[in-house]
Write a protein that binds this ligand. Structure first.
Ligand SMILES: [Fe+2]
Length: 282
């Protein structure tokens, strides 16, 4: 049977992707950022996931105000990198896993968790930057990916609790897939940052570190966190952290923290990264 063996969350700052693409990761500014991912690069080379279910948000690259799915699942054979205004990133096309994706769609929808099924989708930095942080520059991604696109762009957004519950539905879906697959769940975005308005440049280390703590110590408090609290404490774009709750919800009642990294700044955001594994059974 398939199983979710680990969860990973990370910021998806576009400039981190550019640092990889332009071979600037050893520069003084970027070295401490990429050092925070070295543990994970070694860990994932050992963990060898077959599939990553990757919750991220599209930044008006594939979707637009013409079509705003709250939760969309990519069921295609592959997902090309999106042109975000300067041409597509020079990264490989992302291979999908249609069979597991359709299984998750069926399981979640019959579990009364309605998803938008997407059979053609370009994926932007929200998905490709995390892959670059874990796998570096490569000719071919070493894993298949099922993109889960979450609307955090246009109000109304899904609640923290709904995201956490969606993670739980993904966990049930993966557990009922009858092929032996090592699956990881990733959530991307955050941490605290605000790109616009009077509070542009906002960083809230205390809130971010508390959020990282509570993923392990008190996830039930995070699932009750209202949008206004996220906006007030983490900024307008910090609300991307609801996608970390999809990751956390998919890991079951308790987890062990394997790795954590927090750094300010990267571009104009706080960078956060965490690796969790389910405690007890696998
Ligand atoms: Fe983003």
């Amino acid at each position: 049977m398939a199983r979710i063996s680990a969860g990973l969350a990370t910021s998806h700052v576009p400039a981190m992707g550019a640092a990889v693409d332009l071979d600037r990761t050893a520069e003084d500014y970027w070295r401490p950022v990429f050092a925070g991912y070295e543990w994970t690069r070694a860990w994932i080379a050992e963990a060898k996931p077959d599939v990553i279910v990757l919750a991220y948000n599209d930044h008006a690259s594939n979707f637009s105000l013409d079509l705003i799915p709250t939760f969309a699942i990519g069921c295609a054979e592959e997902f090309p990198p999106a042109d975000e205004g300067f041409g597509a990133r020079p990264v490989p096309t992302v291979p999908g896993h249609p069979d597991l994706a359709w299984h998750i769609a069926q399981s979640a929808i019959l579990d009364e968790f309605d998803l938008t099924i997407v059979n053609r989708m370009d994926v932007d930095h929200g998905l490709t930057v995390p892959l670059s942080m874990m796998f570096g520059r490569t000719e071919r991604w070493p894993v298949r990916v099922i993109p889960i696109a979450v609307n955090v762009i246009q109000y109304p957004l899904p609640t923290s609790n709904r995201c956490f519950s969606f993670g739980e539905a993904i966990r049930r879906a993966v557990a009922s897939y009858d092929k032996d697959l090592n699956v990881q769940i990733w959530g991307t975005g955050g941490m605290s940052h605000q790109l616009h308005g009077a509070r542009a440049g906002l960083i809230n280390r205390e809130f971010d570190e508390g959020f990282l703590d509570r993923l392990t110590s008190d996830p039930s408090a995070l699932r009750k966190m209202p949008h206004l609290e996220l906006l007030r404490e983490a900024g307008t774009e910090g609300i991307e952290m609801v996608m970390w709750l999809i990751m956390r919800g998919a890991l079951g009642p308790s987890v062990v923290e394997r790795h954590r990294f927090y750094h300010v700044p990267a571009s104009n955001t706080a960078v956060g990264h965490i690796v969790l594994e389910p405690a007890g059974e696998l």
